[in-house]
Design a protein around this ligand. Structure first.
Ligand SMILES: Nc1ncnc2c1ncn2[C@@H]1O[C@H](COP(=O)(O)OP(=O)(O)O)[C@@H](O)[C@H]1O
Ligand SMILES: [Mg+2]
Length: 398
């Protein structure tokens, strides 16, 4: 039994959890494996450090490849270096996945600028509603002149979520249109490489000075990233090989630093829950499995109970058989049993066939036509794209 004064006891696994939590923004010197990207961004911002116009940069890359982090770190560094030269360089970070309309993004730009200028400008509140996107931009230009800003960079993160082009256009013309005296430019970030063509149609060429693609991290880079966070754990708690195993798995699965850090954190939590004194490679395996189960649960959450019965039937078949692919009729037989066992009356064969097609479309299963042997005609076979263990456990919690 847990004693009352023990409920907040967490054991000795972690000594500084925040190092392995999402949202932690390390200093530039803790950012590893992105030297050429950092250099490119640095040279785009370099003119502003000496009183000139910063260049615009567009960044593409999958999630967890360091785009937001590198941009924030380099911009922060540039601001400090400019200040040393007596230049007032400032920036506004706008995450368009949180502020997706032109008005919201423009307002957030103004608010960030105001916060970053601090005492250099007044702190009158920027109205939440009642004024339009263009008005928020005017507030921004006023803040720039009130704060005596020399150069201003707006970071538009996840720009593919932004619903229009007016903000981007106004940034590229702020100076020539006489609205701002400061040099104004943008860093546009997208998680979608496919977005490239769309964006180049949306913005004029003045915004396309530099383009960088952030590649997924390889195992060596992930290992370096994780090693810098190992102070999250108490001394001696990480078993030999835990970090390299996490890095190798993460590189194979996705090359996403955020997910790699999450996996290491999850391994630590599992060790903690099991009241282990060390985090072992088995805990890493368990963490990977946990992550797969979570992903699978997300994929099937919101599906009807019958879809879940169908998937459970496929999992049961896969567990029992040597093969992985099953005919619709086989799936239907097992599905009927699963549904009845759950106290539901089974759907018709045709409905199940259609639901199976839908699951294939959603990437939960795979199905294909196979020509039977002599005189058998062709038929459809289905298989799960994940191990039956992941599917069963995921369905139990879904
Ligand atoms: N090169 C790196 N060095 C150290 N930590 C990193 C690095 N790249 C990513 N991370 C970690 O992973 C997290 C996700 O990176 P982020 O920049 O948000 O990715 P993206 O914006 O490309 O999706 C960061 O918050 C940081 O903790
Ligand atoms: Mg990001």
């Amino acid at each position: 039994m847990t004693r009352r004064d023990d409920i907040f006891e967490t054991g000795e696994i972690f000594q500084d959890r925040k190092l392995v939590r999402v949202g932690h923004v390390p200093n530039l010197d803790r950012v590893v494996g992105r030297d050429s990207e950092i250099e490119l961004m640095g040279s785009a911002l370099a003119p502003a450090i000496r009183g000139g116009p910063p260049e615009t940069t567009i960044i593409y890359g999958k999630t967890g490849t360091g785009k937001s982090l590198v941009t924030r770190c380099v911009t922060r560094e540039a601001r400090d270096r400019a200040a040393e030269n007596g230049q007032r360089f400032t920036y506004a970070y706008v995450d368009c996945s949180d502020y997706g309309t032109e008005a919201q993004a423009s307002r957030q730009m103004a608010r960030e600028l105001q916060a970053n200028l601090g005492d250099a400008v007044g702190n009158q509140s920027i109205p939440r509603r009642g004024i339009g996107a263009a008005d928020y931009r005017d507030v921004t230009w006023e803040l720039l002149s009130e704060g005596d800003v020399d150069a201003f960079v707006v970071i538009l993160d996840e720009i593919d979520k932004l619903d229009g082009d007016a903000l981007l256009r106004s940034l590229s013309r702020a100076r020539e249109s006489g609205k701002a005296e400061a040099f104004v430019s943008a860093v546009c970030i997208s998680n979608k490489i496919e977005y490239r063509e769309q964006l180049s149609e949306r913005v004029d060429s003045s915004l396309q000075d530099n383009e960088v693609v952030f590649d997924p991290y390889d195992a060596t880079q992930l290992e370096a990233i994780l090693t810098r966070r190992k102070d999250a754990f108490s001394e001696g708690v990480l078993e030999e090989g835990v970090i390299s195993k996490t890095a190798a798995l993460a590189a194979r699965e996705h090359g996403d630093a955020r997910k790699a850090i999450d996996m290491l954190y999850e391994a630590g939590r599992i060790a903690e829950k099991n009241q282990a004194t060390q985090v072992t490679v088995d805990h890493v395996d368990a963490a990977l499995k946990r992550a797969e189960i979570n992903r699978f649960q997300k994929l099937v959450s919101g599906q009807t109970p019958h879809v879940k019965h169908i998937l459970r039937a496929l999992a049961l078949l896969t567990e029992k058989a040597d093969c992985q692919r099953f005919r619709t009729a086989e799936v239907y037989d097992t599905y009927q049993q699963v549904a009845e066992h759950a106290g539901a009356s089974p759907l018709s064969y045709d409905r199940v066939q259609r639901l199976l097609k839908e699951q294939a479309f959603l990437g939960v299963t795979e199905s294909e036509h196979t020509g039977g042997g002599h005189g058998e005609g062709s038929y459809r076979v289905h298989r799960l794209l994940r191990s039956p263990e992941i599917v069963s456990e995921g369905l139990n919690g879904a």
